[in-house]
Write a protein that binds this ligand. Sequence first.
Ligand code: NDP
Length: 460
Amino acid sequence: MIKTLVLLGATGDLAGRFLLPALAALRAAERLPDDFRVIAGAREDLDDPAFQCFVAERLERHAPHLPDAARADLIQTVRYRPTDVTDPASVSGLLSGIRQPVAVYLALPPSLYAPVVTALGAAGLPVGSRIALEKPFGESLDGALALNRLLTEVIGAAGEQAVFRVDHVLGLATVQNLLALRLSNRVLEPVWNGRHIEQIDILWEEDLGLEGRAGYFDRSGTLRDVVQNHMLQIMSLIAMDLPASLDEHALRDRKVDVLRAVRILSRDDVVARTRRARYGAGRLYDPTGGAGRVVSAYRDEGGVDAARGTETFAEVVLDLASERWAGTRFLLRAGKALRRRRKQVTVRFRPAEHPSARSAPANELRIGLDGPEDLALHLTGGAPLDPSCPAPVSFAAPPPAADLPAYGRVLLDVLSGGSTLSVRGDESEAAWRVMMPVLDAWSAGLVPLEEYPAGSAGPP
Ligand code: NDP
């Protein structure tokens, strides 16, 4: 296991909200070696005590449930070096004199990935080191291709083993359970195809708006932010043929098969099968039952350039050119400032052929991914044979207990050299190939940008 984590972008939101709490969770679970160290870098001119105060404050805010001893222990292991990642001399200074090999985690704006990988190459990344890059991996297919070429040049013989393209969704206990659900239940596989399944909805609906992240989000939009990565990864796990083994090659081969089987949308398809929208002023949903916070329209949020026309809602309907999935629609729908938080997969079965089933709603299997829903199977009867028997039947199970947060699993994989939670280079490129025609047609104005009130169910 690599014992030195170089965390670039250490003062940012991702580091404070997820990565540092995940490291503290790993410490609490005794999954880190005793002599583990974090070397943190960002441009802000801080010294070790000032950065350790920052870490303490973030852990207090985002990981108050963890034992004090684990938090204190992590704080002790953290050192800070002011660094400009675009300056090779500064990156070289950061790497000098630290224990090797290292895992370098780029918790940085995606526009900095190419310069920092170049600077790491110039500084001479120690043998056996790894680079972890956050999503989105590139901002387009061309960007992803260029970044993959650059990584190959810098990493050399170590190849794919030394690169970790993070998609933390793969580390969620519920998403891991998705695979377990398919692998360990004989009852699903015979009906897991277009003959029995009419539509699969993959939903990534958030009840929060921009929350001050215009600097990143306004240049990205929903399609690049979550559909190209998280949602296509979930679709791959749902639709893939079962891998012969769970080693990283077999699993990622099967996932990339799905992405390659997606029928690429023509311009007419994009018009007919996609929607984009942004939220207007409204009141956000309050899960505690309160009145809800009023937010202004996305276009009026601080830092937003309204003329860019960035979408906060995206819907795309895809089909797969595969024997298994002939006739099944895959609907991917994501948005911010929606009426409720719902991250789930809904598998809609075709109606049974018996005449009594004609008017009945379809059977559904709902798989909750990141709250609030659990695993639920809704079986609906038509006209009940025995009228005293209620027609719909539901079976539900609570979500699996998570031993570690998703980022804890991701970091463990980065440090220990695992790859099942990393997206392979060709997977990332295949995902961009699916989304580029949509992005191109949207930027050519072929699909109108609709509007929906914040806190509503989305565009009408
Ligand atoms: P932030 O803008 O909050 O943080 C960016 C960090 O990068 C800061 O620490 C900043 O510090 C540092 N930085 C910027 N420029 C430089 C530079 N030239 N040299 C060194 N450090 C620099 O972004 P986020 O943390 O939100 O996002 C980071 C990445 O994580 C993005 O790729 C994002 O897509 C991804 N991500 C974020 C999530 C989140 O919830 N925040 C969730 C999932 C992924 P300083 O300006 O002081 O240098």
